[in-house]
Design a protein around this ligand. Structure first.
Ligand code: AMP
Ligand code: MG
Length: 403
């Protein structure tokens, strides 16, 4: 059986092979958060565009502002002002943070290192040329790449786009992800379940995970464990670049997902991963769609989505696949497992001072949603570790929606 790492590599290489030309959409910055930039954005001018003071103080000629020197303050420059006259000899001008340093001044002295009586300013310390000034063009030249194509637009990237005047940006269209759950026992959230039915929570959690990953969820509801119903709904799902199924992938008599997909001509790249929960996960390609069959237990669905569907979404969204943002934490209480599989245990991560500590939560197997209430992460137990003592450093996969 393949490992989690091997399975992720297969997903990444198949998704790259599958990603064709991506369509683009022009978005205002207010709607572009999380989108992938489809164009390069260049600086419109030099940055900073003028010699900028980084302090409130006095603009001086460094050679004149020596310890004990007294210079006459002849002017005041606020941020946004510009003074074109050169400094007269033995003079200084008061200047604010972010203001343009006047010609012939070559340093700014912090106000804290001066004293002032009327318009005479006395300097305490030696002054170095260039101090507290960011020279024009030192952060970026004009027409230089400010944001490369393919980058994910977070708040800092949006600020850079705004700074260089890109009010709208060309982004890749988000891929649509069809979601189909299956199971005779599953009823819609809006219906009253019979005594042996369960509500369709996976449809909701998968849609949320699709959005967090940066794609558009399209819910196809639930299919009964019958070939005709599954076939009809899978057919609809195959109109999207990614189809995520939950349930029906285990070895049970009514686990029909794989055989129905085969009927559509699907090619499978794996149908089991050495992990728990999530072992019967299926990944393949059917017509023009990447298909994921995730086990139906809610925790299995969440873990396998995070590990395997997210990188496919990254690639079809026009980005590089993001690495798993694993953290290291100290294990608070010993754990022991029976199977040599990589485990992803719902766990609680907390910080005492700056050191993260993680506790595995007791849970009733992978269907236990209530254990997830306290689970802000999954504790990763390598396949070769059956026992881990308290105090050892372990890897943790944080839940990106709550941490
Ligand atoms: P399966 O993978 O079909 O064998 O389902 C495994 C377990 O997950 C069963 O206990 C199901 O009742 C539960 N399950 C399956 N689908 C869903 C769903 N859409 N929402 C919540 N639980 C589900
Ligand atoms: Mg089932």
């Amino acid at each position: 059986m393949i490992s989690v790492d091997q399975a992720r590599e297969i997903v990444i290489s198949q998704s790259k092979a599958h990603a064709g030309a991506l369509s683009t959409v022009r978005l205002p910055l207010s709607h572009a958060l999380g989108h992938i930039l489809a164009q390069e954005i260049r600086t419109d001018r030099e940055y900073p565009p003028f010699d900028r003071s980084t302090r409130d103080g006095y603009a001086v000629r460094a050679s004149e502002a020596t310890p004990g020197a007294k210079l006459r303050c002849t002017n005041e420059i606020k941020a946004g002002d510009f003074v074109s006259e050169a400094l007269p000899p033995d003079a200084c001008v008061q200047i604010m943070t972010g203001a343009a340093v006047p010609p012939s001044a070559d340093a700014v002295v912090m106000i804290e290192f001066t004293s002032r009586a009327s318009d005479i300013v006395t300097f305490d310390r030696p002054t170095q040329p260039g101090q507290n000034i960011v020279p024009r063009g030192s952060e970026a030249r004009a027409n230089q790449v400010a944001l490369p194509a393919g980058i994910r637009l977070g708040f800092a990237e949006l600020a850079i786009a705004a700074q260089v005047g890109a009010a709208t940006v060309s982004c890749y269209q988000r891929p649509s992800v069809a979601i189909l759950t299956s199971g005779d026992e599953v009823v819609p959230v809006t219906e009253t379940p019979g005594p042996f039915h369960i509500r369709n929570s996976n449809s909701v959690s998968i849609a949320a995970q699709v959005e967090i990953a940066g794609a558009t969820p399209v819910s196809l509801g639930n299919a009964a464990d019958r070939v005709e119903d599954l076939s009809g709904k899978i057919e609809l799902g195959l109109q999207h670049p990614i189809l995520v199924l939950s349930g029906g992938v285990s070895m049970g008599k009514y686990d029909l997902v794989e055989s129905v997909l085969k009927g559509f001509g699907a090619e499978f790249f794996f149908d089991a991963v050495a992990m728990r929960p999530g072992r019967p996960t299926v990944f393949g390609r059917c017509r023009n769609t990447l298909v994921f069959g995730l086990p139906g237990n809610p925790v299995s669905t969440m873990v396998t989505f995070r590990l395997f569907v997210t990188p496919a979404i990254d690639i079809l969204a026009g980005a590089s696949p993001r690495p798993l943002p694993l953290l290291e934490a100290t294990l608070a209480a010993a754990i022991s497992e029976k199977a040599r599989l990589m485990h992803f245990l719902p766990a609680h991560l907390e910080w005492s001072l700056l050191a993260p500590q993680v506790t595995a939560l007791t849970w009733q197997g992978s269907g236990d949603i209530s254990a997830l209430l306290r689970a802000n992460c999954f504790l990763v137990v390598p396949a070769d570790r059956l026992e881990i003592p308290a105090g050892e450093r372990v890897s943790v996969l944080p839940r990106s929606d709550v941490l």
